[in-house]
Design a protein around this ligand. Structure first.
Ligand code: NDP
Length: 299
């Protein structure tokens, strides 16, 4: 009888993984690799967190050195760059493929790549676009940006695809962190707008639960404007495809500020963006889109 795909899969030798760091994210990663049948060796500063994974099949290393020795693929998911420094200083990484999923700045990632090279390791940096419950759940839509060694990425792609989909964004080791921070920065801008919107209705007889779906739908409807912005940035023509020109939008800003005042809401989240719009209008054509604001931000 032919083997089912699941049976065939179980016969394929799975790449062993060493994982340093079993916080909320690290533990989720470990469980995803365990569920997919990868031999996994784990280490955590607080050893009880590693011991908790032993009954699920993880091999528990007593030290970073022991953990690193166990596999060629060494994944790190610690709190921050300083904790990576503390954990890896002195480890023998020669011949290893180091995958660092710890959130860092692009400069920290590039420095870490350089350091890994001097240790004789290939290096991949990762930016996780998911929260722990999305790990190992492909339909949740989470993914991880990777940058750094293309060869290491290609070699380990299948293994890295297990916890969450992979998105390779280039050999510059800082690019994963840069993409991560760019997306999250846009998210905080959105959260700021949402905070202002709810503040406007806070003292009124309007149920926030009735505003929420309207708000969510509106944000989704507006999201595709990022494609027009990208096209304008590429072409350098900020008047291309404009739907609502800068002059018209600046003329509308007093309405937003007066409404905030009337509702007893601080304009502190909205005002800085409006100020940039006015500055851009003062030095350019009112027929432009809002894209010129980007040039004012770039120093
Ligand atoms: P946690 O706070 O749950 O875990 C932090 C981990 O880092 C623990 O394993 C902790 O060990 C370890 N650690 C902290 N300081 C040191 C140190 N000096 N030396 C050695 N180990 C140390 O964080 P998460 O697991 O949630 O996050 C891990 C990384 O993943 C972070 O960079 C985070 O930004 C990123 N991330 C997290 C997401 C999330 O939603 N949780 C989403 C996307 C990215 P100990 O158990 O001993 O304290």
């Amino acid at each position: 009888m032919p083997l089912t795909p699941v049976e065939k899969n179980s016969l394929v030798e799975k790449t062993p993984v060493t994982l340093l760091g079993l916080g909320a994210m690290g533990a989720a990663l470990a469980r995803a690799w365990l569920a997919a049948g990868h031999p996994i060796t784990v280490w955590n500063r607080t050893s009880a967190r590693a011991a908790a994974l032993a009954p699920e099949g993880a091999r528990v290393a007593q030290s970073v050195a022991e953990a690193v020795t166990a596999s060629t693929l060494v994944v790190v998911c610690l709190l921050d760059d300083a904790s990576v420094d503390e954990a890896l200083t002195g480890a023998d990484l020669a011949g290893k493929d180091l995958v660092n999923l710890t959130t860092s700045t692009p400069a920290q990632a590039r420095a870490r790549a350089q350091w890994a090279r001097t240790c004789g390791a290939r290096y991949l940096d990762g930016g996780i676009m998911a929260v722990p419950p999305m790990i190992g759940v492909p339909e949740a839509g989470g993914y991880v940006f990777y940058s750094g060694s293309r060869d290491a990425f290609e070699q380990h792609r299948q293994t890295l695809d297990v916890p969450a989909r992979t998105a390779y964004v280039g050999e510059n080791a800082g690019f994963a962190a840069l993409h991560d921070v760019a997306l999250l920065s846009a998210m905080y801008g959105m959260f700021a707008g949402v905070a202002h919107a709810f503040a406007l209705i806070r003292k009124e007889d309007i149920d926030p639960a009735t505003l929420a779906p309207l708000l969510a739908d509106w944000l989704v409807a507006m999201a595709p404007t990022v494609h027009r912005t990208a096209e304008q940035l590429r072409s350098g023509d900020y008047t291309n495809g404009v739907v609502s020109g800068l002059a018209m939008q600046v003329a509308g800003t007093p309405t937003f500020l007066r409404t905030a005042e009337q509702q007893g809401v601080s304009p502190e989240l909205l005002s800085p963006y409006f100020a940039l719009m006015r500055r851009r209008l003062a030095e350019s054509s009112g027929e432009e889109d809002l894209t010129g604001v980007i040039d004012l931000l770039v120093r």
